[in-house]
Design a binder for this molecule. Structure first.
Ligand SMILES: Cc1ncc(COP(=O)(O)O)c(C=O)c1O
Length: 487
């Protein structure tokens, strides 16, 4: 090894040419994504390509690039594709992609210290305070996703309820309980688990006909828990449930939380950014009363993965839960160690990437109005899909369409009535798998009670009416073919 050896390119002009080719490939990919399959099964040989032993010597960049183009890019899950309607995943944008490249080039560690990337992250906080009508004392933090944002909220609620000594002594014999609707995302229970309460300490409250938390049953559960010596400390509202996109009655929930003196957290993983749309914002009324909100820019916000966020009304609660002074993280009023508090004082991470940059580019580049229109458009497409289902005798709508998620099933011309629930579920499951394998359009699925539902979550800004019509057509054709085969 020579003393001037580094990991930088030995031949910068050659590297530059290769880098430009790589950028062009990704721009081509995005521009022409509609011509590709949404997803395709992985070739049987693919896993073995990535089970090789540790390479002792480097391979040329053009060779690695070729491998990416041949062996990785075609076999991604396809959430950038307009025909992708599985789960709740954003589509990303070319703008976000190049911003991510700038962030990677800068290689900023945004855990703390006096640096512009933190000012950018604070700009996002400023915008989120404005969007959710939170006070100037609010704090916030980029995290991987809502799963971790919910976890952070549970920890803050715990510290607020038990006082800071819990950070030193841990949980002892307190019987703390939390509450969320039965439709709440599984990561809320996981957060209770990770925070040491256990998943059983999360009471799952039944939902009403609109899939919202049943407030009477919530009050009843809280009363019986208090009678049994439990201490309710946290109530989690849902702003857009993962299965059906239900929004709890957040205003009424806020009243109840206030009366119970609990922490009011809202899981708004994708729904919270509905605030960007004047058509959707009124339905989120009450969100401005939350103590904390967890949400993702990588879903409806179309920021490339990952970009989750936790917003906390009273920033001092967040600091009190996570700040942990250390002499190697000494703060100053001048020099590189100025600018306290730092992001590392607001969550579990010390080293963290510059997620704020792609978010800043996205919001500044498109503007709130355009992003709100995109969000609203996905809801309009869901309404189109709902109408198509209701008009079609071979299809049955399985849940009210609240936002952008549509749950339905194929029934044939009432023929499914001659099938057992198990057979009907199996048939619909097969439809979903065949559609995914076709690469034409890709819904996912869920269970609503006993019934298997084909679930279309329209999140991607690239999806259009064509994709909705295609989904309807493909479900019907596949269902008819399977049904004919069944008989
Ligand atoms: C309502 C809800 N909460 C939480 C999550 C988890 O978010 P993430 O995947 O960003 O961790 C999701 C994901 O779809 C969600 O829909």
């Amino acid at each position: 090894m020579h003393s001037n050896d580094t990991l930088d390119p030995p031949d910068w002009p050659a590297f530059r040419a290769q880098a430009h080719a790589m950028l062009d490939d990704m721009l081509d990919y995005t521009q022409h994504i509609r011509t590709r399959p949404v997803w395709q099964p992985l070739p049987a040989t693919l896993p073995s390509l990535f089970q090789q032993s540790l390479p002792q010597h480097g391979q040329p960049l053009n060779e690695l690039h070729r491998r990416f183009m041949d062996d990785i890019l075609p076999y991604a899950i396809g959430n950038a594709h307009p025909g992708f309607m599985g789960w709740v995943q954003g589509g990303g944008t070319p703008l976000g992609m190049i911003a991510e490249m700038l962030a990677a080039g800068l290689n900023a560690n945004v855990g703390g210290r006096e640096q512009a990337p933190i000012a950018v992250e604070r700009q996002i906080l400023h915008w989120m305070r404005e969007l959710f009508d939170f006070p100037a004392t609010a704090q916030g933090l980029f995290v991987t996703g809502t799963s971790i944002a919910n976890f952070i909220a549970v920890v803050i609620a715990r510290t607020r309820f038990l006082g800071q000594q819990v950070r030193e002594r841990g949980l002892t014999d307190q019987k703390l309980t939390a509450y969320a609707s039965a439709g709440a995302h599984g990561c809320v229970a996981k957060a209770m688990d990770m925070a040491g309460f256990g998943t059983a300490a999360l009471r799952k409250i039944p939902v009403n006909a609109r899939f919202q938390i049943d407030l009477a049953k919530l009050s009843e559960q809280i009363r019986s828990d208090r009678d049994a010596g439990y201490q309710p400390f946290l109530i989690v509202g849902s702003a857009g449930t993962v299965d059906v996109g239900a929004i709890d009655d957040l205003g009424a929930l806020a009243d109840l939380v206030e009366a119970q003196q609990c922490w009011f957290h809202i899981d708004g993983a994708y729904g919270a950014l509905g605030m960007l749309s004047p058509a959707i914002a009124p339905r989120l009324k009450g969100i401005e009363r939350a103590a904390s909100i967890a949400f993702d820019f990588h879903k409806w916000g179309q920021v490339p993965y990952d970009a989750g966020y936790i917003l906390v009304r009273d920033g001092s609660d967040q600091l009190a839960s996570f700040a942990a002074p250390a002499h190697y993280l000494q703060r100053e009023t001048r020099g590189m160690s100025a600018g306290s508090p730092w992001p590392c004082d607001l969550g579990p991470d010390l080293s963290r990437g510059f997620r704020a940059l792609k978010t800043w580019f996205t919001i500044a580049g498109f503007g709130a109005e355009k992003l709100g229109q995109i969000i609203h458009h996905t809801c309009e497409l869901a309404t189109c899909l709902e109408a198509g289902i209701v008009q079609e005798p071979r299809l049955e709508l399985l849940a009210p369409v609240n936002l952008n998620i549509v749950c339905f099933r194929y029934t044939g011309y009432g023929n499914l009535k001659n099938m057992t629930v198990k057979q009907a579920n199996a048939l619909n499951n097969e439809i979903v798998i065949r559609l995914q394998e076709s690469g034409l359009v890709a819904p996912s699925s869920t269970m609503l009670g006993e019934q298997f539902a084909i679930r279309a979550a329209i999140v991607n800004h690239r999806s259009t009416r064509v994709d909705i019509d295609n989904l309807l057509l493909q479900v019907l054709q596949t269902g008819d073919a399977l049904f004919a085969h069944h008989h």
